[in-house]
Design a protein around this ligand. Structure first.
Ligand SMILES: O=C(O)C(=O)C[C@]1(C(=O)O)C=C[C@@H](O)C=C1
Length: 280
């Protein structure tokens, strides 16, 4: 009996279609913006991010880390971290799912890239303080704490940020396949600056910024939401996406004896370079 679930045919090709990837990036920007809008109705509550700031029984973690860890533990049971575009912050708590495994198309070169610690740090220390700047006064006692509500909004915001940024791997793979020869040269030379130039598309970056500025303006009638500065978010999100793209490309040839024959086969999307990544 077949014990895995197959995805529809064509899923792998779709996963590497740059316009489809960019559509996903836009959707994730919406998700990030909307979750952040929910979050900024509460004060910054810096204490919930500090270990020992709020006493958590039987744990030395901050309230935020504890909640995120517990949620990953639970979500792993329903297969969340088998999806190759989901990256855990606490990989040590993942459980064997209670649902049947899904046979995901093997799209990416095998890799261990996970910059969640950095994303979490920037979220807590840069994105949140900027987004919640308006509530510092309230935090001095005029408004109740909302510790639980804050972490419930934080977790989906951070997870959407993580997905958006790690999607850089798919962008990089798509670009690698469309200009293989150019990228192989740069990767072999470990030319980080050259790779950065090759993946950068300023027109697309400007569109991302314009879109977010429009969203902020549209929702800006609400004084809470007006606090979210899209430029500030993208100062972090785009550079981190590029960081993932470059890290992915630098290891793209590992484990392969790159020669011309293999360069030809890279175009065959069902070939050996269609490799699985994610939690096995
Ligand atoms: O869409 C791309 O080509 C990407 O590489 C993604 C992205 C982004 O993060 O939005 C990053 C770098 C490019 O300069 C443009 C946009």
């Amino acid at each position: 009996m077949d014990t895995t679930i197959d995805l529809p045919e064509g899923s792998a090709a779709k996963a590497l279609d740059l316009s489809n990837i960019r559509f996903q990036l836009i959707r994730l920007e919406d998700t990030i913006t909307f979750h952040l809008i929910e979050r900024v109705q509460f004060p910054l509550n810096a204490t919930i991010y500090k270990a020992g700031g709020v006493r958590v029984p039987y744990s030395t973690l901050s309230l935020f880390d504890w909640f995120l860890r517990e949620q990953e533990h639970l979500h792993s049971l329903i297969r969340r971290y088998q999806s190759p575009d989901e990256y855990p912050f606490f990989p040590d708590v993942l459980q064997k799912p209670i649902l049947q495994p899904i046979n995901y198309p093997r799209v990416l070169h095998p890799n261990e890239i996970n910059i969640n610690d950095k994303i979490k740090d920037l979220y807590i220390h840069t994105i949140l303080p900027a987004a919640c700047a308006h509530s510092e006064r309230e935090e001095r006692g005029e408004k109740k704490e909302n510790f639980g509500s804050s972490v419930t909004c934080d977790v989906p915001t951070l997870q959407a940020l993580s997905r958006r940024i790690h999607f850089g791997k798919y962008v990089a793979e798509a670009k690698f396949r469309s200009e293989t020869e150019r990228f192989v040269k740069l990767i072999k030379a470990k030319d980080v600056k050259g790779l950065d130039d090759a993946i950068t598309d300023t027109k697309v970056e400007n569109k991302v910024l314009d879109r977010l500025a429009l969203k902020a303006k549209t929702y800006g009638t609400d004084p809470d939401i007006a606090q979210i500065d899209p430029g500030k978010i993208n100062d972090i999100v785009i550079p981190l996406t590029k960081e993932v793209e470059i890290a992915y490309l630098l290891q793209r040839l590992d484990g392969t004896e790159w020669d011309e024959k293999e360069a030809e086969r890279v175009d065959d999307k069902s070939g050996p370079y269609v490799a699985h990544v994610g939690v096995p």
